[in-house]
Ligand binder design. Structure first.
Ligand SMILES: *Cc1c(COP(=O)(O)O)cnc(C)c1O
Length: 396
């Protein structure tokens, strides 16, 4: 199927699909580790690269390839490299494009585990990382060194839904000969397409909205063929490959991505508006609200505000911030207490003691993540039932 002939919704249903001789209408799941050759000469040609084709599922697998091609079509990328998780997507990207002594400028408000990967693991291999404010381009400019290879941003960020101007950061990176990497996990291509806005590389945790129903772990790196070649080279050698089964689940997830993201965002906006009016809420963070500091920018870059809402719980007289947040979480009966997001089931989490607990208290506060902050990844239940589940917020 030619990429550009169809609307994105059509691509999400149709792009990437390949049919075997059996004519199946739903993509086949290839649960095999290796592929046969017709002859020794063909084996040699496949290994030598003179003949395209599958060799071994650590390198390529037809189900994984279909997933890669579908996601690439949706992001408008030349190539997609699927990985075993979102974290291994970030690892593969950095291992492929950086070497000892290189420098990365990253937003302070990225996924907690991404901070760990940069600060505690990659730092041991001589990679320098400077953390800066996501929303202040001057900080990114000032952090540049002669060794800066990558800018790494997440927009909207987790959990505060801060939004950066992708084109502005891309311009700063490009003038310095660096690449802008955007973790597009919160939006997915149904809401935001970072490559079209100037980014060079996209990271996905497919575990989240691409799956959409909390089943499988997976990730992806997307960009130009030239940039993805070393990423693929790292993957086939290091083995952070996506499993065929997970790719098959994600293929099904992508077919419903657009209608799901619209429904998540509709529910999230309604819940955010309701939260703003509750006596027990001090502040709401949602890019779709007019009160969000980067609302106008978010509405330029995104088709809607997405599905993640965070808010500060107002402590009662005898409570600390954390006690107030935990009391709210423990009072829920419907919403799942779990750190995952992007599920049909709404999830509620206390970032300071879960996803961001390994970040130092100082770094957490610098990123604006207080002990009273609660994040809800708004699911596909009726929003009235979600409001009822949070009804303790009605009293200050
Ligand atoms: C979950 C997440 C990741 C990591 O993905 P895994 O699939 O859990 O490894 C990276 N970035 C963001 C923004 C995430 O939410």
């Amino acid at each position: 199927m030619t990429k550009n002939l169809y609307q994105p919704e059509t691509l999400s249903v149709r792009a990437g699909s390949e049919m075997t001789e059996f004519g199946e209408n739903s993509e086949a799941l290839f649960l095999n580790s290796s592929f046969r050759f017709n002859s020794a000469a063909q084996a040699a040609a496949r290994f030598g690269g003179s003949e395209p084709g599958n060799i071994y599922s650590r390198f390529t697998n037809p189900t994984v390839t279909m997933f890669q091609n579908k996601l690439a079509a949706l992001e408008g990328a030349e190539q997609c490299v699927a990985t075993s998780s979102g974290m291994s997507a970030i690892l593969a990207c950095v291992m492929a494009l950086c070497s000892t002594g290189d420098h990365i400028v990253a937003s302070r408000s990225i996924f907690g585990t991404s901070v760990q990967l940069f600060s505690n693991i990659l730092a041991r291999w001589g990679l320098q990382v400077t953390f800066v404010s996501l929303t202040n381009p001057a900080d990114w400019q000032a952090a540049l060194t002669a060794k800066t290879k990558l800018f790494f941003a997440e927009t909207p960020s987790n959990p505060l839904t801060e939004v950066c101007d992708i084109q502005v950061l891309a311009d700063i990176a490009h003038r310095a000969g660096a690449y802008l990497v955007v973790d597009n996990c919160f939006c997915t291509p149904a809401i935001q397409r970072p490559l079209a806005l100037g980014a060079d590389i996209i990271i996905h945790s497919a575990t989240k909205y691409i799956d959409g129903q909390g089943r499988c772990l997976g990730g992806a790196v997307l960009g130009s063929k030239a940039l993805m070649e070393p990423v693929y080279g790292f993957l086939r050698t290091a083995g952070v490959t996506m499993s065929a089964f997970n790719a098959w689940v994600f293929l099904k997830g992508l077919e419903t991505l657009f209608i799901r993201m619209e429904a998540h965002a509709r529910n999230a906006k309604a819940l955010a508006i309701w939260l703003e009016a509750q006596a027990g809420v001090a502040r709401v963070y949602y890019p779709g609200l007019a009160s969000h500091p980067q609302h106008a920018l978010a509405m330029q870059q995104q088709t809607n505000g997405g599905g993640i809402v965070s808010f500060e719980v107002k402590p009662k007289a005898d409570q600390t911030q954390q006690q107030a947040a935990w009391a709210l979480i423990d009072a829920t009966r419907l919403i799942s207490i779990t750190a995952n997001l992007g599920d049909a089931k709404s999830t509620i989490t206390h970032p300071a003691t879960t996803t961001h607990s390994r970040v130092t208290a100082e770094a957490r506060l610098a990123a604006g993540i207080s002990d009273g902050l609660v994040r809800i990844a708004v699911g596909l239940e009726h929003v009235d039932d979600l409001k009822a589940d949070l009804s303790s917020l009605q009293n200050a």
